[in-house]
Write a protein that binds this ligand. Structure first.
Ligand code: CAA
Length: 257
C-alpha cells in the first residue's frame, strides 16, 4: 500500500486508516481515494475487523479533491471519472466507520467525513463545501448528505457561500457526535470503534444499514425494513448468546454467526 494511506491494525477489532498527503493537506487525489476504497474492501472481507477509523492530520482531515488533478480533467474526463466508483465503494462499506476529524474537512474532505457513521471532531475542525468558490459545486454527495445531516438552511448556507462551520456549530447542527481536544480525536474514535467491534457483527451490520436507510425511505418502508432486519437476527447464534449471557449474568462471546 503506498504511503499516502497509512493502515494500522486490526487491533481489538479496529483498523485505523490515516490519510497521509501532508504536502497537499490530504487532498484526495484519485490514487489516495482508490487506496482507501481498496483498503475498505480488504477490511470488509477481514473478519477480524469490526469497525474502522478514518483520520487525517492535526491540520487537515482532507482539504478536498485534488484541485490540480481536477483542473486537468475536461467534461469527458469528469464524465468518465474513476473516482465515482471509488466513492461508491466507500459508501457501501457495511461495517461502521468512525471519522476522527481535525483541521480542514473541506469539499471532498467534508464529503468523506460524511461517509462515516459517527464523526468525532477536534475543536479546530472546520467543515465546509467551498466548491462554489471554484466555480463548481460538490460532486461526491455534498449537496445530498449535508442537507440530510444538518438541514436545508445550513446546507444551503454552506454550499452557496462556501463558508465553513467550526466544530461547535457542527456539533449543534448534528453533523458530529462529539467535540474534543484535537490530540484526543483518534483515541476517542478508536474507543468508540472498539466498543462497536465487541458487539455481535451481524446485529451491527443490520443496525447500520437500517439507520442509513432512514435517509432513503419513507417511515413506513423504513419501519418494514427494520422489522425484517430484526426478524433476521432471530436466526443468529449471536442473538441466542446475547440473551443467554444476560440471563446467566456473564459477558457474551459473539462469533458473527
Ligand atoms: N488540492 C490540491 N492541493 C491543495 C488542496 C487541494 N484541495 N488544498 C490545499 N492544497 C495544497 C496547497 O496548494 C499548498 O500547496 P503548496 O505548498 O505546494 O502551495 C498546500 O496544500 C498547503 O495549502 P495552503 O498553503 O493553501 O494552506 P493554508 O493553511 O494557507 O490554507 C486551505 C488551507 C484554506 C484549506 C486552502 O489550502 C484551501 O482553500 N484549499 C482548497 C480547499 C478547497 O477548495 N477544497 C475543495 C476542492 S474541490 C472538491 O473537493 C470537489 C469534490 O470533491 C467533488
Amino acid at each position: 500500500m503506498p504511503n499516502n494511506l497509512l493502515v494500522e491494525g486490526p487491533e481489538q477489532g479496529v483498523q485505523v486508516f490515516t490519510l497521509n498527503r501532508p504536502e497537499a493537506l490530504n487532498a484526495l487525489n484519485t490514487e489516495l481515494l482508490e487506496n482507501l476504497a481498496k483498503a475498505l474492501d480488504d477490511a470488509e472481507a477481514d473478519r477480524e475487523v469490526g469497525a474502522v477509523v478514518i483520520t487525517g492530520s492535526q491540520k487537515a482531515f482532507a482539504a478536498g479533491a485534488d484541485i490540480n488533478e481536477m483542473a486537468a480533467r475536461d467534461l469527458v474526463g469528469i464524465l468518465e471519472d474513476p473516482r465515482v466508483a471509488h466513492w461508491e465503494r466507500i459508501a457501501r462499506f457495511t461495517k461502521p466507520i468512525i471519522a476522527a476529524v481535525n483541521g480542514f474537512a473541506l469539499g471532498g474532505g467534508c464529503e468523506l467525513a460524511m461517509h462515516a457513521d459517527i464523526l468525532i471532531a477536534g475543536e479546530n475542525a472546520r467543515f465546509g463545501q467551498p466548491e462554489i468558490n471554484l466555480g463548481i459545486m460538490p460532486g461526491a454527495g455534498g449537496t445530498q448528505r449535508l442537507v440530510r445531516k444538518v438541514g436545508e438552511s445550513l446546507a444551503m448556507h454552506m454550499a452557496l457561500t462556501g463558508e465553513p462551520i467550526n466544530a461547535k456549530r457542527a456539533l449543534q447542527a448534528g453533523l458530529v457526535s462529539e467535540v474534543c481536544q484535537p490530540e484526543l480525536t483518534v483515541e476517542k474514535a478508536i474507543g468508540i470503534a472498539r466498543t462497536i467491534a465487541r458487539k455481535a457483527p451481524i446485529a451491527v451490520r443490520l443496525t447500520k444499514e437500517s439507520v442509513r436507510r432512514a435517509n432513503d425511505m419513507n417511515l413506513a418502508e423504513g419501519l418494514r425494513f427494520e422489522r425484517h432486519a430484526f426478524t433476521v437476527l432471530a436466526g443468529t447464534a449471536d442473538r441466542q448468546e446475547g440473551l443467554d449471557a444476560f440471563r446467566e449474568k456473564r459477558k457474551p462471546q459473539f462469533k458473527g454467526q
